[in-house]
Design a protein around this ligand. Structure first.
Ligand code: UDX
Length: 442
């Protein structure tokens, strides 16, 4: 159930409210097992397990806005059936919210005079947009947080086909080779809630760490891609989430790192590592402007083409998208910005009706008359553009690869001046004398 009638009407027609690979196929395959409604009274009374998956957008002082969670909890409490029901917090909620949701439900439940009883559990979500269904069916782990054995058993039964990998894999989402089971972490409410924040913060700082190393790599003449591989192959570190570039965006990392620091501060604690990860991330966006400035000497009056708007490929989500932020900063500096995204264009227009960004229907169109291009989202199709042709229509064939995703040799052959966000600068290696000085002082 969703309170938005337009969304529900669209879903009933088989239209998905956002872009996510295979979502329409999964919904179609579910057939009559999946019904959509705007009414709590239709969705709740017969349910044995209820997942709360409402938005928890950024609120004040880093804390998420919990008004949708509160409203959902109250309405669920008023509509609970006469059997035992498990209510699961899927939304990313501040630590301690499980207890709060329980009290909201209890108030409403008691006013309603229901008989069945209920329990609240936390079951944090770890899926990534763009590979949401893959991550849901083949998770690295499932985390269940509850104080009660019965509740844990209900959720274990629900997740069993995924934990044991005993379901028939959809033809469009084959099971990864060798995957036989997914581990279950069954714990208390607060631990489950903290796992979610601690995981997202760790991934964020992993990315910020490689971006910080990238800045040094640029100075000392090292290749950040090789450095990332060289450290990532240490199994204790791991190769994933070490892709340097413009930094992270999206609906989770920014919000969750802010919320984690805010929770810590409620307890009189500081979180310097998490805060530093946020600072490094924000600096990466500014570095795009600095790089452009060093290539073009001024931004005022320049035309900059931005390739990609979504916060990452395979989604049309623009929340905290680095590309959108950079486009805004460029416009503030007096540049003219043209942009393209294979999927997120329509959403961008809808969400930014007054934006001065010139929306183009192809990447080639973005390039016409541009002083420089910025690869802001690494959609695979951008790798294979006809770069000779693209460059020939630009005022100056300069590309800033802010995701370090393009084939530098190929693009340079096509006549481009290629700049990466962690680019090796010629002659940047310290002089021998300086190296020994650094070694001695180190
Ligand atoms: C994230 C978490 O990965 C997921 O577990 C959680 O449930 C929700 O938040 P999501 O925001 O969908 O998922 O995207 P993710 O793939 O994690 O990427 C987040 C951002 O980091 C993107 O902007 C991406 O471009 C960037 N990123 C990711 C990097 O810059 N480098 C990397 O190595 C990986």
């Amino acid at each position: 159930m969703d309170v938005d009638p337009e969304k529900v009407r669209a879903l009933k027609r088989g239209e998905m409210p956002f872009y996510e690979p295979h979502l329409a196929e999964v919904v179609a395959d579910a057939g009559q097992n999946l019904k959509f409604t705007t009414e709590y009274s239709e969705a709740i009374p017969q349910a044995h397990v209820i997942f709360i998956a409402v938005g928890t957008p950024p609120g004040q002082n880093g804390n998420p806005d919990l008004r949708y969670l509160e409203s959902a909890a109250r309405s669920i409490g008023e509509n609970l059936g006469s059997h035992f029901t498990v209510i699961v917090n899927k939304s990313t909620v501040p630590i301690g919210s499980g207890v709060w949701v329980d009290s909201l439900l209890r108030d409403a439940f008691e006013r309603n005079g229901s008989r069945g009883g209920f329990a609240v559990a936390s079951n944090p979500e770890f899926l990534r947009e763009g590979s949401a269904l893959h991550d849901s069916l083949y998770p690295d782990r499932v985390v269940i947080g509850t104080a009660e054995t019965t509740t844990a058993e209900v959720l274990y039964t629900l997740y069993r086909p995924i934990l044991e990998q005993s379901f028939v894999a959809p033809r469009y989402l084959p099971r990864p080779e060798g995957l036989q089971a997914a581990p279950l972490i069954s714990t208390d409410l607060a631990s489950a809630e903290l796992i979610k924040y601690a995981a997202n913060a760790f991934l964020s700082l992993k990315i910020s760490y490689i971006n910080e190393i990238g800045i040094l790599a640029e100075k000392v003449g090292a290749d950040i891609a090789q450095v990332a591989k060289g450290i990532g192959l240490d199994a204790r570190i791991g190769t994933r989430f070490l892709q340097a570039g413009i930094g992270w965006g999206g609906s989770c990392f920014g919000k969750d790192t802010a919320a984690l620091a805010a929770t810590a501060s409620d307890y009189g604690l500081d979180m310097p590592i998490v805060k530093a990860a946020r600072e490094v991330n924000s600096r990466q966006r500014q570095r795009v402007l600095e790089k452009l400035l060093s290539e073009l000497h001024t931004l005022k009056g320049r035309t900059i083409g931005v390739l990609g708007l979504a916060f990452k490929p395979n989604t049309d989500d623009l929340r905290d998208a680095p590309a959108v932020d950079v486009a805004k900063r460029l416009i503030e500096r007096g540049a003219r910005v043209k942009a393209h995204d294979p999927i997120a264009m329509e959403r961008f227009r809808k969400e930014n009706p007054n934006s001065e960004v010139i929306c183009c229907s192809t990447a080639e169109e973005v390039a016409v008359g541009a002083d420089a291009l910025v690869l802001a989202t690494e959609w695979p199709q951008y790798r294979d553009l006809n770069w000779e042709q693209v460059g020939s229509t630009m005022r100056s064939a300069i590309i800033l690869d802010a995701r370090l995703a393009l084939d530098r040799a190929r693009i340079t052959r096509a006549g481009f001046r290629y700049a990466g966000l962690a680019e090796r600068t010629k002659g940047a290696v310290m002089k021998e004398r300086d190296v020994s000085a650094a070694t001695i002082s180190g």
